[in-house]
Design a protein around this ligand. Sequence first.
Ligand code: IMP
Length: 426
Amino acid sequence: MAITVLIGAQWGDEGKGRITDALAETADIVARFNGGDNAGHSITIGKQVVRLHLLPSGIFRDGCLNVIGNGVVVNPLNLLQEIADVQAAGVEVTPQRLRISRAAHVILPGHRALDAAYESSGGIGTTLRGIGPAYSDKAARFGIRCGSMADPKAFAAAVRAHTERVNVILTHVHHRPPLDADAAAESYRAAAEQLKPFLEDTTALLHDALAQDKHILAEGAQATMLDIDHGTYPFVTSSNATVGGVLTGLGVPPRAIARVIGVAKAFTTRVGGGPFVTELQGDLAARLRGTGANPWDEYGATTGRPRRVGWLDLVALRHAVRLNGIDELALTKLDILSGISELQVCVGYHLDGQTISHFPQDSALLARCEPIYRGLPGWQASVGHARRLDDLPSEARAFIAEVEQFTGARVSLVSVGPERDQLIHC
Ligand code: IMP
């Protein structure tokens, strides 16, 4: 056994949590390699919908060890809250089931305050979780790593010093009130006391697991088009959400990766600002988005913001397949397209009077692109009952075949509803 990687192939919210939850059934370890509590994975278990932000999705599978890797940024207070929420849902979160990398960086109160300050003066629509400032401090070598929580008193002193330093920036540059450095230090000290038993050298743990032929599922947060290097910069998150992030964010070698699965919706959504070539407005957009009455409607799992929606952009999806070496696609939310008489998929762009077939590296160019669509016949019947490809209407099968043909990746999983069993293994 080796590593299976699960990557978001669009702009996030593709339903990765649901697919990881399904794959976690056969995994010994589920390891998060990037991002922080900006992620929001909704998992439906029976009548209950649980939202995970930082905990790996294997937390709901007995016998599965969950690892928060070194590439993740951890807000200790929010992690403890999430652990409490999951425990309230009847799932035990013990150090035997969850390990946190000593090398993961801590999201500090100052990071959240700076994120809010940047956003209030013309930001990009972040989740306000302090992600950008935390990764900035990591790169600038000012960050505090989770390993520091092993000594709560020294950790508290470091949090106080960081908060005092940020206060200078907050008050002088952003003209905002300072944070209470003593309160910050105390709350983080108390959190460190609780999180201490979960700390681990997770790189060594994963190497041992590989040597023992264990199956590791590397769970990506955010997605390809939000990757700091390969996404639609600057409308991106601050980590590598593409496959390279697995190597650096867990400390594993490329040859250990046996399989890369990309998760993509049967249409496209994004939250926050930035170019979106196939974006729809009006009735069709409202229909794809849903009313918000259901937890799986297109409203942010972390912020509650309505998501922007549009047709499936195959040019962007093929780019994600190539960037990540995606072998297999998990296509989610096929059921939402039922009842639309004609579907569109984007198969090229018009840019400044020319036709292009590649995804431009520069967001300013992408913003000028107009979609070239191919129409595909829709289907009327509901598909929620389908458990085999043959159960799907022929038009739905043709839609899947079009995705495979254009992107060059095999569609190996199709989700046709929010329940755990509403999955087709192709
Ligand atoms: P940040 O990650 O909070 O800094 O936000 C940067 C951009 O990434 C914003 O456009 C967010 O809306 C987007 N983003 C961050 N996390 C997610 C996610 O889990 N799903 C979808 N978009 C996200």
